[in-house]
Design a protein around this ligand. Structure first.
Ligand SMILES: [Zn+2]
Length: 373
């Protein structure tokens, strides 16, 4: 019998179905292999064998499972968090070797790698990696580049970059950067410091950091009225900045006036531990040591968060020898500062601990992120 058109059609359909079945079987097999490699990788992560995990996950990622990329990224973040930067770098570099990565994914991984470099102190590599991404229009990489510049003390460049990142309108981050720039110019160049501090206040008029930097610059050039106004502005804008206000008060160069300022602020909050601390320091500067010790003691009694106690420990460590008549009170204060339970502050963004209040977390570079535990 001659094959008819219908026969050919049936044969065609059968062959097509067979090809499809084979393709499905291969894909299923591939998925199975992928899933196995992936699960193996996850198991190694759980059983704390990171090298084996990287190995297994490399297999899975080569096979192209999207779950593997996710897990890879999570694993890299884990390594970095635990300070295992060499592994984080190796992992992210491995990931980038994979062919056929989506462009968005590739950018994400390159950014991760840049952050590994930054955390690992490989400043040149971090800067180059972030800059390349930033020039391709990746805003998140711009923020990373800014942090690298801040870490390196290149605050003018960082502030300039932040101008592009923050856009028009108030920018608290740029205010912090310019405030830092102002302080870096003190005490040698109060004129340039003042200019930077004024730019900081212009970037964000309510920034306590900017106002304190301005006060420090004004104080350094002997403009006491301007300095006093700026410190008061800072404390009014953010009463929580009191523990950071001592350098500005000190630069006033007038302990009696500093004391009067503190007493003025205390009217609204007489029991505030940070203000009591400032009072103690101002009294000490004024040479009224017995009263100073009394005020510092009261500050520690009022210290609910432990923050003042931490500052006090530092102060006592750096203080000169007491005069004989102050010995007992100083000893008393020392014992109190040591006995008091005080936990370090913690960064709300990255969890890093800091022994004292600061405007910026040194680990992740976030501003105003440190909080009492
Ligand atoms: Zn942090």
């Amino acid at each position: 019998m001659e094959p008819t058109a219908a026969h050919w059609l049936i044969l065609g359909i059968a062959l097509g179905a067979l090809a499809l079945a084979i393709r499905l079987a291969i894909r299923l097999q591939r998925r199975r292999v992928e899933a196995r490699a992936y699960l193996k990788g996850v198991r190694y992560v759980i059983s704390d064998d990171p090298d084996a995990a990287i190995e297994a996950l490399s297999d899975a990622a080569r096979l192209g499972s999207p779950e593997a990329v996710e897990t890879y990224l999570a694993l890299g973040a884990l390594f970095r968090r635990t300070g295992d930067l060499a592994r984080a770098v190796r992992l992210h570099r491995n990931m980038l070797l994979r062919a056929g990565l989506e462009p968005a994914r590739r950018t994400e991984i390159e950014r991760e790698l840049a952050e590994d470099y930054r955390r690992g102190g490989m400043v040149g590599e971090a800067e180059a990696a972030y800059r390349a991404l930033w020039e391709r229009g990746d805003r998140a990489a711009g923020a990373g580049l800014r942090d690298v510049l801040v870490d390196a003390g290149r605050l003018a460049e960082a502030a300039e970059l932040q101008r592009a990142l923050g856009g028009p309108g108030e920018d608290p981050v740029r205010a912090h950067l310019l405030a830092g720039l102002a302080r870096s110019g003190l005490p040698d160049d109060p004129g340039a410091a003042r200019e930077a501090a004024q730019a900081a206040v212009a970037a964000c008029p309510g920034s306590a950091d900017a106002l304190l930097a301005l006060a420090e610059a004004e104080g350094a050039r002997g403009a006491r009225d301007e300095a006093a106004a700026a410190i008061s502005g800072a404390v009014a804008a953010d009463p929580g900045c009191a523990l950071l206000a001592w350098p500005a008060l000190d630069r006033l160069g007038d302990p009696a006036r500093a004391l009067a300022l503190v007493e003025g602020w205390r009217v609204a909050a007489p029991g505030d531990a940070a203000l009591l601390y400032l009072r103690g320091r101002a009294l000490h500067r004024a040479g009224r040591n017995a009263e100073a010790l009394e005020a510092l003691r009261a500050a520690m009694d009022a210290d609910a968060t432990g923050e003042v106690t931490l500052v006090m420990r530092e102060l006592l460590r750096d203080a000169g020898d007491p005069r004989p008549e102050e010995l007992a009170a100083r000893h008393d204060l020392m014992v109190k500062a040591l006995q008091r339970r005080a936990r370090p502050l913690r960064c709300a963004r990255c969890g890093a601990e800091s022994p004292r209040r600061a405007w910026r977390c040194l680990r992740c570079g976030a501003f105003e992120s440190l909080r009492p535990v």
